[in-house]
Design a protein around this ligand. Sequence first.
Ligand code: FMN
Length: 342
Amino acid sequence: MQKLPFAPDAPWLAPLAGYSDLPFRMLCRTFGAACAVTEMVSAKGLVFGGHGTTRLLTSDAGDTPLVVQLFGAEPDIFDRAMPLLLERGFTHFDLNCGCSVRKVNKSGAGSALMARPAVLEAIVKVMVRHAGPGRVGVKFRLGIQHGEENYIELGQRLAGHGSGWLTLHPRTAKQLFGGSADWSAIGQLVRAVDIPVLASGDLFSAEDAARCLAETNCAGVMFARGALVDPMIFQRLKDILAGRESAPRSAQSLAAAATLHIQLARNLDGTPRALRALRAFLPRYAKGFSGIRALRQAFLQCSTWEELETTAGRIATLCESGEPMDHADFTDGCGTADGKVT
Ligand SMILES: Cc1cc2nc3c(=O)[nH]c(=O)nc-3n(C[C@H](O)[C@H](O)[C@H](O)COP(=O)(O)O)c2cc1C
């Protein structure tokens, strides 16, 4: 069985509800992502056969190594969901303990699990029993709120239960995406456990990731919002770590990436739904450039794949705005629980 890559120069694509679908994963792999995580998938949806859930599991021979991320709050549901995934050939899994959107937390899932460590641990034990030790990761935050940080103790216990790795987004659940990620907590977790720790949080550029690696000594990094505005961020990090000159984010390279994204979505999916999703996604590549508002309107009017490609070509003509990039427009954090593009 394939081993997952844990190394500074093996950056992962983070789970991104509404975004980390098969075409985007393949795009990021083209640009150096060493591993990718699916959008979060409802364990309950799997067991009760939701149509949206099946779509989220769409994969492809080249889509490897792949980690399926699950969310849920009931160990017995995971007990029924895991065999279904193993039957379909999936080998590595992640438990979402970081999502802080109300819709997910209401059912006790996502970051709400950090308030009920016994349930969280019971779910991980079920997942490990089915998948085998080392094949289950947990993605979590510092704790529910400041003063209640339990990531160290939890991390140690999860490692003891056979978790293969931990991913820390070092904010509290209450913080959502506010304030800044506390990378020093990643360093503390690295020192406290003997399994790989992946860093997530405010990795908006390859330089951020290189700094985070140096400051925390973590096993690797996971790009999330940084990859949504620059899918070439993976290659850039590899270049920096290898001491190679890293080409800057440019309008021309982003236009080329957007065009490739369209081709992948057309070939791997091709549905009107996929086309509509791209209309909202593609303008993100033009973040930090002047004229993005008009471009967003133009994308919204596209009704064919050809029109999307023509409009993507326009990104190459944009000039940098010189304004600092705002990453806080994902105010709802995890997108939506069913993976709908928000
Ligand atoms: C649009 C969006 C969707 C996300 N979906 C998920 C998800 O499905 N599962 C998860 O564990 N985290 C999810 N996250 C959190 C990211 O994986 C990541 O931990 C977080 O964005 C912090 O990294 P960043 O600051 O570098 O973006 C999502 C974040 C965003 C912005």
